[in-house]
Design a protein around this ligand. Structure first.
Ligand SMILES: Cc1cc2nc3c(=O)[nH]c(=O)nc-3n(C[C@H](O)[C@H](O)[C@H](O)COP(=O)(O)OP(=O)(O)OC[C@H]3O[C@@H](n4cnc5c(N)ncnc54)[C@H](O)[C@@H]3O)c2cc1C
Ligand SMILES: C[S@@+](CC[C@H](N)C(=O)[O-])C[C@H]1O[C@@H](n2cnc3c(N)ncnc32)[C@H](O)[C@@H]1O
Length: 660
């Protein structure tokens, strides 16, 4: 499946002016962010009351959710007001999902200044500010109140990003500056998207009473009416969607129907993917059993002392590249909850440009992405940044760094709703009525209606997932003792390999790639190879580490298997019955453009989170959210085509279409 030829959304930070009363104004649009008289009261009236949210929040049951969609996140005032109301009205087991699209995000200091206007929102504003990091173009997910409040910020133009959203919105906040000042946004194309994402009964509120907006929303399937506004504003609009629900799209990527069932899940494998899947379900009130065959979690690929948050991006907005930007933001915000300096560090990552081809690729990336994500550094600046001499300049990712993966796994797995069972190896997976059972020979280990297979390439042992094209690639890292001279290293530096600043007196140097070996014993050839990678990164650092005197046969290290798919995208989502799938869609072998309306033969309740290759720190945590979104009928945390690009069904589809 080709990646969508999308341009990256053009974004830049909002340019603000502040009036005499301390209120923010947009320089670009020449308009206010909220009513000058009383922004809080206006927000509560136009968006909360006109969407009937006080009553709808109170009516939610445990385990239920309400999804709000907004155009124009701005200062987040509407979000915080909705959150505050939700806290006071909704039962403890309900969740609020807020999806907001923003083309010109405020920078952190402007956001801080704007939100200081509302002291009564301060406790919530502090939490928003604390998570307002690594917000780069595309889909960004932020979690609050232990996952009870989920914010999906879509950074980019509403007209570009809403078509990529897979969600069912219950209430719309139609904001986004006055139509006369921002006619580019208030278009029929936008209203068609609002309708696509609505179901009968979806409500909508907006501060404008413009006739054009009312008529076009009516045309799109909403029934709008004028109602009294507040203060100077005589009238505003509110309405309901009365059109018909949109077509679900291609059946093989559609959402599997979620029948009523106990919210219990079994996750097999406690590496990054399993811990993340368990955490995302547990934070939504699921009772999760997490099975791990070893004595502890994170004993395989996720067990290295240091892993790098390394963003291998494309300037062409490929699905993989957009997944990486979203996943990086999500992981990076999770790390804010860990002990900096011990469990992770945002020391920055420098990717050296050692040849002209790489330099050219990096120049394209620097042109395509904002400078708070990556910047080009010349050799002298790169060396100053890294604290050591370097053979070249390169791309610097200032918000990236290294992570101690077991600490991130522990953060995810240590939750009250997760029951971790160690020394439990699932050898067989069986279907018994509505339940999936994990067995070890004659011993039933656990069972549940939902199972997430998160055992990396080991999931191929189960017949249901045996055909997924997962491959193991052995990798070995070397643990190099720090020296007084090597502590000058201040950033992670990568070329063909990588080295991180010292953690607990050691640098992690990696890593070898071996497609053939099945042996996890350490070998000195790979240590020697890693030392050669160090020499390529920086002869100066190699000297500081006395690498010439290090005996590869004596070096300590660690070996594990990466698990990759042929297209380097992870495999995340619901599994279908492969023989039934091939039969149901056999017509595609003759004509790939057909979209039969045969429902996909899902293996009810069976999900996969695997294939994270060399970048699991970035992709696996967000993939846990993707699994939870499928299972809870929530907005997906990634664009529709990215979810499709990660979908397990893509391989069976290719088999049909290409006869592979
Ligand atoms: C040498 C090396 C260096 C790396 N460097 C980086 C890096 O710098 N940055 C980065 O982002 N990524 C890096 N990676 C990749 C990253 O480590 C992986 O993508 C990530 O750890 C994958 O997590 P996982 O949970 O899918 O797999 P794993 O961590 O391998 O976890 C799978 C777990 O499932 C368990 N399991 C399997 N089958 C069963 C069963 N039947 N029953 C019970 N338990 C089972 C296993 O015991 C294991 O604990 C590196 C990988 C290697 C090998
Ligand atoms: C009035 S402000 C929103 C106020 C906001 N809801 C709040 O609670 O603070 C309008 C916002 O819409 C954003 N915006 C304008 N045009 C847009 C577009 N085409 N796509 C996405 N966001 C847009 C602006 O950058 C601005 O932040």
């Amino acid at each position: 499946m080709p990646d969508a030829p999308l341009d990256l959304p053009a974004t830049q930070a909002a340019q603000l002016d502040w009036d005499a009363t301390g209120q923010p104004l947009s320089r670009l649009f020449g308009d206010v962010y909220f009513s000058k008289q009383d922004g809080l009261a206006e927000s509560r009236h136009v968006f909360l009351a006109n969407n009937d949210l006080p009553a709808r929040f109170s009516a939610l049951g445990d385990g239920e959710q309400l999804v709000i969609g907004e155009t124009g996140f701005g200062t987040g005032l509407n979000f915080l007001c909705a959150w505050q109301l939700f806290e006071s009205q909704a039962p403890a087991g309900a969740r609020l999902h807020f999806v907001s699209v923003e083309k010109y995000p405020l920078n952190l200091s402007d956001l801080q200044r704007a939100l200081a206007l509302w002291p009564e929102l301060a406790p919530l504003a502090q939490q928003l500010l604390g998570q307002y990091v690594a917000l780069h173009p595309g889909f960004q997910r932020l979690m609050f109140a232990g996952g009870r409040i989920i914010l999906s910020l879509l950074i980019g133009d509403a007209l570009e990003l809403l078509p990529q959203l897979d969600a069912r919105i219950d209430a719309w906040f139609l904001d986004g500056f006055a139509p006369a000042k921002n006619p580019q946004m208030w278009t029929p194309e936008l209203f068609v998207e609002l309708a696509r994402l609505s179901v009968p009964g979806t409500s909508i509120g907006t501060f404008t009473s413009t006739g054009y907006v009312r008529r076009r929303l009516n045309d799109a399937g909403f029934k709008m009416r004028r109602v009294p506004g507040l203060g100077n504003k005589w009238e505003v609009l509110k309405g309901q969607f009365v059109g018909s629900a949109a077509d679900a799209g291609k059946p093989w990527f559609a959402r599997p129907p979620q029948r009523q069932r106990e919210r219990r899940a079994l996750v097999i494998g406690a590496g990054m993917a399993g811990c993340a899947s368990a955490a995302s379900l547990a934070s939504r009130g699921w009772q999760v059993t997490l099975l791990e065959r070893h004595a502890n979690i994170a004993e395989e690929a996720s067990g290295n002392p240091q892993g790098v948050l390394y963003l291998k991006l494309s300037a062409h907005g490929t699905a993989l590249s957009r997944l990486i930007v979203s996943g990086f933001g999500y992981t990076r915000r999770l790390l804010e909850r860990l002990h900096k300096g011990h469990d992770w560090d945002n020391c920055g990552v420098l990717q050296l440009a050692l040849d002209s081809q790489e330099a050219q690729r990096q120049a394209q990336l620097a042109a395509a992405f904002p400078s708070d994500l990556l910047v080009n550094l010349d050799q002298a600046s790169a060396a100053a940044q890294a604290g050591i001499q370097l053979p070249a300049g390169g791309l610097f990712y200032p918000q990236a760094g290294w992570v101690h993966p077991p600490a991130l796994c522990r953060l995810l797995a240590e939750q009250p709703n997760i029951r971790l069972q160690l020394h439990r190896e699932a050898l067989q997976l069986r279907r018994d009525g509505q339940a999936w059972q994990a067995w070890n020979g004659t011993e039933l280990l656990a069972s549940a209606a939902v199972v997430v297979l998160a055992g990396a390439a080991e999931i191929k042992r189960f017949p249901y997932s045996a055909e997924l094209p997962l491959k193991r690639i052995r990798g070995q890292i070397s643990r190099v003792p720090a020296t007084p001279q090597s502590t000058a290293l201040r950033s992670v530096v990568c070329a063909s390999g990588y080295i991180a600043p010292a953690r607990l007196g050691e640098h992690c140097l990696g890593a070898s790639f071996d497609f053939k070996s099945d042996d996890l014993g350490l070998n000195s050839a790979d240590h020697a190879g890693n030392l050669a990678l160090l020499e390529e990164i920086s002869p100066d650092l190699a000297e500081r580490l006395h690498s010439a005197q290090l005996d590869p046969a004596q070096l300590e290290g660690r070996a594990a298997f990466r698990c990759t798919s042929p297209d380097y995208l992870p495999i995340v989502g619901p599994l279908a019955d492969r023989p039934a799938f091939l039969e149901a869609y056999a017509v595609l072998a003759k004509d790939a453009r057909q979209v039969p309306d045969t429902p996909c033969p899902w293996l009810d309740g069976l999900y996969v989170n695997s294939g994270h290759g060399s970048r699991g720190l970035i992709t696996a945590p967000l993939s846990g959210e993707l699994i939870a979104a499928w299972l809870n009928e929530e907005p997906l945390p990634v664009p529709r085509d990215v979810a499709a690009a990660c979908h397990p069904n893509r391989f069976a589809l290719r088999t049909l279409i290409r006869g592979q």
